[in-house]
Structures are given as structure tokens and as C-alpha cells.
Design a protein around this ligand. Structure first.
Ligand SMILES: [Zn+2]
Ligand SMILES: [Zn+2]
Length: 351
């Protein structure tokens, strides 16, 4: 299947139109026309090879929403016309202990990522959602409930599940006290989801100017991390802190905020952090943890939860040819809170 997308050809080249082929359908494959694709910080990092494992050309995009246009002969769960979604992974071994328990993101052999990852059958590099069509095996296709607004659902597939999974792992519910560091694509979802689960949510911010935004997203309070008196008063007052900051930073000011056995989970930064002082960890049996996206079953649970509770990401819709500007604005945190590409802005190229 011929299709069209936007690709980067090198570390320095901007994203530009790129024609390529999607594979012929295997018996268990679903083909979809992509309607919307969210723009994640990883897309930018991977396009620039910031993590050192990008292969070019790269077609980024792993917050994908669309409609089924064709199914392989063994596909049971989907039919043409269904509203579907694909997130950060498109395959895994399916037989290891982690895959069997529905934690494909932790597959012992490594998940196959939606872009810039070798296909398990052909070895060809996968291409992501900044494109018109996608072909994915049935097991990695999610159902978008009717009640979810398709134009706003895309960011749930990475920003949403990345913050929902730790909330579920650490059993957040009514009575839980959750802190959220950073109020970007991930952070704003963490606030909405924790609040939707019934937790008391506090946004941790360096300045007071985020207060109105934090509250409008569902936060109960804003704690200013540069206000030493307020930080001292807030010691031992959180069960879970979700840290969504996507750059190197210092965790030490936040650790005393955790109650005994509390956890600070890093979901934003891939790479080094400032040196940790272990005193508050030992003294309060506190933990620093990490968490990568979530499994397929949990992602479906998230989509169903958001449909039921009407939890939706805040999106700014852009056209495909605005993507390079969107990357620049994202670096300046100039987005509320997630760019979503309207794929009808790409020409049709199917044959
Ligand atoms: Zn992402
Ligand atoms: Zn596996």
C-alpha cells in the first residue's frame, strides 16, 4: 500500500513529505487510515537522534487515532469503519511472562516500537503516525469508544497511558494524595487522570503563575517549589509524585514531600538526573521509580475510563506542514497542552 507521511532524513533536516509503502496485510493485520496523530516530546528527540538510536529516514508519531480500512483474514475483533487507536508499540514476543500478563511494554525480548524499531518479521524499520495509513497486528490495535471525541483522543495513547499506568500501579483512588511535577503534555494528563480517579491532586510548580491553569485542569492545589516555607510545611504529605519533567533536573527538593513508603515516579526524563541525596529515601523508606507507558489491556482500560468520565486531553490542532514550527514551540513549552496533527491536511496517496 502506497502512503505518504512526513519524515526526517538526518539529524539536521526538518520533517518533510515522504512517500513510502505500508506492508501487505498479514492474516492478523489491521490497516487504518490515520485521522489524528499527537505530537510527543519523543518524536522531537528521536527526529534529532538525541538518544542515539534513530535510523533515518524516520516517520515519527505514536499517538494515533483513525478508522479501519481493511482487515487480514484472521482478524476477529475489528471490521472496516471501526474507530481505532495505536500507541507507542506495535508488537512484542507475545509468549514471555510479561506479555502473558498483558505487560507487553516490559516484554523480555523488547517491544517493537511504533517507529524506528525493526519489524519482528522483516527487520524493516517501523514508521509511525505522521502518515496517512498504518498497518498493525490486531493485538496492538485499541478500540476507541463511541463516547470519546476522536479529535481529542490521540494524546491518550502516549501522554495518557504514561501517566495512567503509574497511577494504577500505585493504586491511586479516593483518599490518595498525588503530586504532579511539570504541567505539559504528560503533566496535564496526570492531573486530569489522578483527579478522575478521585485523588487529591497538587501541582508542583516553580512559580504561582500556573495556579489558574492547574485548577482548571482539576488540581486541588498548587505548591510552589521555590517557596521553602510551603515546601517544609508540605513534608510527608504525598503518597505518589509523578515527575513529568523531560530534561535533567534535581529530585532532591521533592523527596521529603513523600510520606513514608511514598514513591516519586519519573516518567518524563530519559537520561541523567542530578545526583540523589539518599537520606530522605532511607529515612522515610521512600522510593524513586520509573515507569514506561503501559500494557495494551491497561491502555484499553484508560480509553474506556476516559470515555466514561469524559476525561479529554487539551489539544491544539495543527496541519501536517506546521510540524516543524510545532517542534520549535514545544521546546519553548509554548503549547496547551498537546499538539495534534489533523491528518486530513495530508493529501490522499493510497493505491
Ligand atoms: Zn510519546
Ligand atoms: Zn514478550
Amino acid at each position: 500500500m502506497k502512503t505518504i507521511g512526513y519524515a526526517a532524513q538526518s539529524t539536521v533536516s526538518p520533517l518533510a513529505p515522504f512517500s513510502f509503502e505500508r506492508r501487505d496485510l498479514r492474516p492478523n493485520d489491521v490497516a487504518m487510515e490515520i485521522l489524528y496523530c499527537g505530537v510527543c516530546h519523543s518524536d522531537l528527540h528521536m527526529s534529532h537522534n538525541d538518544w542515539g538510536w534513530t535510523t533515518y529516514p524516520i516517520v515519527p508519531g505514536h499517538e494515533i487515532v483513525g478508522r479501519v480500512i481493511e482487515v487480514g483474514r484472521e482478524v476477529k475483533r475489528f471490521k472496516v469503519g471501526d474507530a481505532v487507536a495505536v500507541g507507542c508499540m506495535v508488537d512484542s514476543c507475545q509468549v514471555c511472562d510479561q506479555c502473558r500478563k498483558g505487560e507487553e511494554q516490559l516484554c523480555r525480548q523488547g517491544m517493537t516500537m511504533t517507529y524506528s524499531s525493526p519489524d519482528r518479521v522483516t527487520g524493516e524499520m517501523t514508521h509511525g503516525g505522521y502518515s496517512k495509513h498504518l498497518v498493525v497486528r490486531e493485538e496492538f490495535v485499541l478500540r476507541v469508544p463511541d463516547a470519546l471525541d476522536l479529535s481529542r483522543a490521540a494524546p491518550l495513547l502516549c501522554a495518557g497511558i504514561t501517566t495512567y499506568s503509574p497511577l494504577r500501579t500505585w493504586n491511586v483512588g479516593p483518599g490518595s494524595r498525588v503530586g504532579v511535577i511539570g504541567l505539559g503534555g504528560l503533566g496535564h494528563m496526570a492531573v486530569k487522570l489522578a483527579s478522575g480517579l478521585g485523588a487529591a491532586v497538587t501541582v508542583l510548580s516553580r512559580s504561582a503563575d500556573k495556579e489558574a491553569d492547574a485548577r482548571s485542569l482539576g488540581a486541588d492545589a498548587l505548591l510552589i517549589s521555590t517557596d521553602l516555607e510551603a515546601m517544609t510545611k508540605a513534608q510527608s504529605s504525598f503518597d505518589l509524585i509523578i515527575d513529568t519533567v523531560p530534561v535533567k533536573h534535581d529530585l532532591n527538593p521533592y523527596l521529603p514531600l513523600l510520606d513514608i513508603d511514598g514513591t516519586l515516579v519519573v516518567v518524563g526524563q530519559v537520561g541523567p538526573l542530578d545526583e540523589l541525596i539518599t537520606f530522605p529515601l532511607l529515612l522515610g523508606r521512600r522510593r524513586v521509580a520509573g515507569s514506561p507507558i503501559g500494557g495494551i489491556a491497561e491502555t484499553q482500560e484508560l480509553l474506556d475510563f476516559c470515555a466514561r468520565k469524559n476525561v479529554l486531553p487539551e489539544c491544539e490542532m495543527i496541519h501536517m506542514d506546521e510540524i516543524n514550527d510545532a517542534f520549535k514551540r514545544m521546546v519553548r513549552s509554548d503549547v496547551r497542552y498537546r499538539f495534534v496533527i489533523d491528518m486530513s491536511s495530508l493529501p490522499k496517496a493510497r493505491s
